[in-house]
Design a binder for this molecule. Structure first.
Ligand code: IMP
Length: 503
């Protein structure tokens, strides 16, 4: 007879936090969101702590180098997607490690014979108004000039006008040389009242651009995730097939932590992968594993030596695993079960294995719930896909800006290794969809708004740290009728985008 789990499995939206006593100390400014990323022994500190409890999903449509740099700037970590060749993935990791804070590689570069029409289309697509002009249109070409929105007037000018006719030409540009420090670049920007300083090498080839706003934001990012050499930290996804080739390349490129990316992690394949890493690198290479949805799966991966364990099957926004295969578990119930197992494991062995809640976070408050239920951090796909920094195009769909977002198990990603059960057949059926998500602007603004909400809810619960939240949180299941009560109801909402404040 099969084993039946007692009770139903629930998801985040079925829970609410009940406020606890908050002292006058409990204000968002006093809240720390620092949280462990990898396993540690009782009485010791985790070798890697996140400064905010967010990591970006191991997905083509989410985690490329731009996402990794931006998220590390805010205090989180990206896992570069593994559904590309080991060489390509290692190159992305290296791009993050080589990134000089404040020096931006141009992703909107022009040639002199492009038209104003094309410039406007590029601006529309990327949202960037400062565009360098190079001989071959590449971000590393010879610098010929720069175009900003001050150089042309779409309402007056002929749209077929060539870039060479309205750009600010090279001879009129102030540039920095390739060895310039960020501090010096900022001085030049400041002294000359510039918005951007192109940086060139000895052959006058573009190396990067320093924007005034980037330097300012650099100074105001105390949460940055930096390694011992002051480089941004970055993670990378691996699979249970080609690890012997992939892992060495990722380690050499400088990946700070790895994670086995699989839809189902309670398997011998994961054990073998972790064993191979331990045999070749000992504890020096950190690797998370998953995904699991119950205590047995957690204990198995913890015993295998996983540095953290990811929880979640079937809850992802683009995921159709539950529909196609009938496997999974409500994310909240899975998380609670696994976190209980983690605490028991800690009691028994003195080893704390952080738990990551992966998938199914829709509202910001779901993150607070996940933390209160015991998660050490969250992996987010849809949430990050909406921002400028995700690798996908911003598109206009029926007058609304959207970003593309597709699952790793979709026909578009063809990430068969993620769903691999060892046979020869590659991606026999899809487990994910290709979709749009509403565009949400810059990661920095979005993440900061979310963090503020998390911190203020923590204060309502009388908690100044994630650990305190986990110890003090009081949660209640809600009935379907009270879920209706939770939204605006029995009124005619004037403008659904409008936020009303009662200060
Ligand atoms: P989201 O934050 O709800 O969008 O979920 C993201 C998570 O969904 C990822 O971190 C993966 O664990 C999972 N995922 C990614 N691609 C697929 C897919 O194609 N099918 C099922 N799950 C997926």
């Amino acid at each position: 007879m099969a084993m039946f789990f007692p009770g139903e499995s629930h998801t985040f939206s079925e829970y609410l936090l009940v406020p606890g006593y908050s002292s006058s100390e409990c204000i968002p400014a006093n809240v720390s969101l620092k949280t462990p990323l990898v396993r540690f022994k009782r009485g010791e500190e985790s070798a890697i702590n996140l400064n905010i409890p967010m990591v970006s999903a191991i997905m083509q449509s989410v985690s490329g180098p731009d996402m990794a740099v931006s998220l590390a700037t805010e205090g989180g970590l990206s896992f570069i997607y593994g559904s590309q060749t080991p060489e390509q993935e290692a190159a992305m990791v290296k791009a993050v490690k080589d990134h000089k804070a404040g020096f931006v590689e141009s992703d909107s570069t022009l040639t002199p014979d492009m038209t104003m029409e094309q410039v406007m289309a590029l601006k529309e697509r990327t949202g960037h108004s400062t565009m360098p002009v190079t001989d071959d249109g590449s971000s590393r070409g010879r610098l010929l000039g720069i175009v900003t929105s001050r150089d042309y007037r779409p309402s007056r000018d002929d749209h077929s006008k060539k870039v060479s006719e309205f750009m600010t030409p090279r001879e009129k540009l102030i540039v920095g040389d390739k060895d310039i420090t960020l501090k010096k670049a900022n001085d030049v920007i400041w002294d000359n009242k510039l918005n951007a300083l192109p940086v060139v090498d000895d052959n006058d080839h573009l190396v990067g651009i320093v924007f005034r706003k980037d330097y300012d934001s650099h100074k105001s990012n105390p949460n940055e995730m930096l390694d011992a050499n002051k480089r941004y930290m970055v993670g990378a996804g691996i699979n249970t097939r080609d690890y012997a080739t992939r892992v060495p390349l990722l380690v050499e490129a400088g990946a700070d932590v790895l994670c086995i990316d699989s839809s189902e992690g309670f398997s011998e394949w994961q054990k073998r992968t972790i064993e191979w890493i331990r045999a070749n690198y000992g504890e020096s290479v950190r690797v998370g594993a998953g995904n699991v949805v119950d205590a047995d799966g957690f204990r198995f991966l913890a015993d295998c030596g996983a540095d953290f364990v990811k929880v979640g099957i079937g809850g992802g926004s683009i995921c159709i695993t539950r529909e196609t295969k009938g496997i999974g578990r409500g994310q909240a119930t899975a998380l609670i079960d696994v976190c209980r197992a983690r605490d028991e494991y800690f009691e028994e062995t003195g080893i704390y294995v952080p738990v990551c809640s992966d998938g199914g976070i829709v509202y910001d408050y779901h993150m607070t719930l996940a933390l209160a239920m015991g998660a050490d951090f969250m992996m987010l796909g849809r949430y990050f896909a909406r921002f400028d920094e995700s690798p996908t195009e911003r598109v206009n769909v029926n007058g609304q800006y959207m970003k593309e977002y597709w699952g790793e198990g979709s026909a578009r990603a063809r990430n068969w290794q993620r769903y691999d059960l060892g046979g020869a057949q590659k991606l026999a059926f899809v487990e994910g969809v290709d979709s749009y998500v509403p565009y949400a602007g810059s990661l920095k603004d979005g993440v900061n708004a979310t963090l503020y909400k998390i911190k203020s809810t923590m204060c309502n619960c009388g908690a100044l740290t994630i650990k305190e939240l986990q110890d003090k949180a009081r949660l209640t299941l809600v009935s379907s009728t009270s879920i209706v009560e939770g939204g605006a109801h029995d009124v005619v909402v004037k403008d659904s985008q409008q936020t009303v404040s009662y200060n």
